[in-house]
Design a protein around this ligand. Structure first.
Ligand SMILES: Cc1cc2nc3c(=O)[nH]c(=O)nc-3n(C[C@H](O)[C@H](O)[C@H](O)COP(=O)(O)OP(=O)(O)OC[C@H]3O[C@@H](n4cnc5c(N)ncnc54)[C@H](O)[C@@H]3O)c2cc1C
Length: 483
């Protein structure tokens, strides 16, 4: 950070304090860090941005991460009985853009992700009753996915990896503004829907009501290419532990990460930012940086300590989110040889447009039934709390036992072996907002008050695409920094 910027920022600090916009003073900080770039959030986007800014652009950086590790939605469970490790959050990495190079650079060897070809039972989790539902034949599913790819590939450059080319409202392709249900009916893509819902579409909550633009962010051309064999297969670290890639980044970043830390107050200006960061020990660090990279979901709660500007609020207040939880559970009634898939009664016998609506448990999948371990995911609206999500899981199992679909075991309770709060995901707005030029207003926030935005709300939900998005964003951040 240039000395001139530090002086101006410290001047700004005094002014802010005297105007009452900063209630914590510099004197309560136990240390002051002066950096080129401060990065808030060390998940998929923040960890990658930090690595590249530090190593490829020679910038001094600090990452402020709320958790005690990097990696965001990567959730790992170590079974103390068997010694085995399981990933129950992020599943695999798309072979897209720079992803393989990042693993090579970090010396993390990779292997194709395993395909689960387990039998499944369709059950209405609310009533506990079996649903006589048959999914599409595999050739029909592939034909529908192939047809969808042929339609959506033309839109890819508008949204992936970045919205930089997104057009003015009059030129937005009509398909992107249709609800996904309308889009599916328009092109007779029904046979693609169960697969899209099972892989990433469930995270959107009400998949068919979501504007097609946002469905393509979660399951777009890149995902279709890997399904259709046009791109390489998704991969995982050969160790089987997705966390390995973020552990390798953590090693490279060293003491430049403030773990268990959050920004509690800030001052953002056109010539740098001041962040008051509170660590898990309660102590404050004052961070002065030329540029700020926000790599967290821009929820009202997350951005409140950053005093959002009127333009930022006008954009971020419009976002709606899903709330996502994932866990590993144990219960003696769960089947060892099949996964249980939540299926609404209206899906019988083969209505692929009848899907669960939030709040719902997605499925119970045996991951090590001999050790009594099943993975489970829950998707809800913004108000769904962690306790309510766990209660839903328990009530679903109880309903299946009460209906006789699962065998009853006297006194059995659900044990939550692991539980991850993935929180707000899949930021999206209505088609009406998209028509009101939302995306270009969002993009226009980049670089204002020395603040840059990355992460799923700005690109795709796939990690590999987010890394490609960073590759476009980082040169702009560097160009904006004083030499
Ligand atoms: C169950 C599940 C399975 C998934 N499977 C896949 C998959 O197989 N492949 C794939 O590519 N993607 C997958 N995803 C999606 C992918 O993980 C996300 O889209 C991606 O992680 C988003 O990256 P991000 O950088 O925007 O946010 P995140 O990775 O969520 O990172 C945000 C980081 O910021 C931290 N943080 C949050 N608030 C604050 C704060 N106020 N201050 C400081 N730090 C904060 C968080 O702890 C986190 O580390 C999955 C997601 C879930 C939930």
């Amino acid at each position: 950070m240039a000395a001139k910027s530090v002086t101006r920022l410290l001047g700004g600090l005094v002014v802010a304090a005297s105007l009452g916009s900063a209630s914590l003073s510099q004197s309560i900080a136990s240390r002051i860090l002066v950096k080129n770039v401060a990065i808030v959030g060390g998940g998929a986007s923040g960890a990658h941005a930090a690595l590249r800014l530090k190593e490829d652009y020679g910038k001094s950086i600090v990452v402020i991460e709320a958790a005690d590790h990097l990696g965001g939605h990567v959730s790992s469970y170590h079974d103390p009985t068997t010694g085995r490790d399981f990933d129950y959050g992020l599943n695999s990495f798309n072979d897209y853009g720079p992803a393989r190079d990042i693993f090579t650079r970090l010396s993390v060897s990779v292997t194709p992700a395993a395909h689960g070809d387990l039998a499944s039972k369709s059950v209405d989790f609310a009533s506990g009753q079996l649903v006589n539902h048959t999914g599409p034949a595999i050739p029909d599913m592939f034909a529908a996915l192939g047809k969808m790819y042929g339609i959506v590939k033309q839109y890819e450059s508008l949204m992936i990896p970045s919205y930089a080319q997104f057009p003015a409202p009059s030129a937005i392709p009509a398909d992107l503004l249709l609800s996904f249900g309308e889009f599916v009916i328009k092109y007779s893509l029904q046979a693609a829907v169960p697969q899209i819902f099972a892989i990433t579409g469930n995270g959107l909550g009400d998949l068919l009501a979501t504007p097609t633009l946002y469905v393509l962010q979660a399951f777009g051309p890149a995902t279709l290419e890997s399904f259709l064999g046009i791109a390489g297969a998704p991969f995982v670290p050969s160790s089987g532990r997705n966390a390995e890639v973020y552990e390798a980044i953590a090693t490279r970043l060293g003491s430049n990460v403030l773990y268990s830390s959050k920004v509690v107050q800030s001052l953002r200006t056109g010539f740098g930012v001041v962040l008051w960061v509170q660590g898990g020990d309660g102590k404050y660090t004052l961070v002065l940086a030329d540029q700020l990279v926000m790599a967290i979901e821009p929820t009202p709660e997350n951005i409140e300590p950053f005093n959002p500007t009127a333009s930022e609020k006008a954009v971020f207040d419009k976002f709606a989110y899903s709330t996502v939880y994932a866990g590993i559970v144990s219960h003696p009634s769960l089947p060892t040889n099949a996964s249980l898939v939540n299926t609404v009664p209206a899906a019988a016998p083969s209505n692929y447009l009848a899907l669960p609506k939030p709040n719902f448990t997605v499925a119970f999948t045996p991951i090590d039934p001999a050790a009594g371990l099943w993975s489970v995911g829950v998707v809800g609206n913004e108000a769904l709390t962690s306790d309510a999500a766990k209660a839903l899981v328990t009530s679903n199992i109880n309903a299946m036992v009460a209906s006789g679909v699962l065998p009853g075991v006297s006194g059995a309770k659900v044990t939550f072996k692991a539980w991850a709060v993935h929180g707000a995901m899949h930021a999206r707005v209505s088609a009406a907002e998209l028509k009101a030029d939302f995306i270009r207003k969002q993009v226009a926030l980049q670089g204002k008050t020395s603040t840059w935005w990355t992460g799923a709300a700005w690109s795709s939900t796939a990690t590999s695409i987010l890394w490609a998005y960073n590759d476009l964003l980082l040169p702009k951040i560097v160009a904006a920094s004083p030499a």
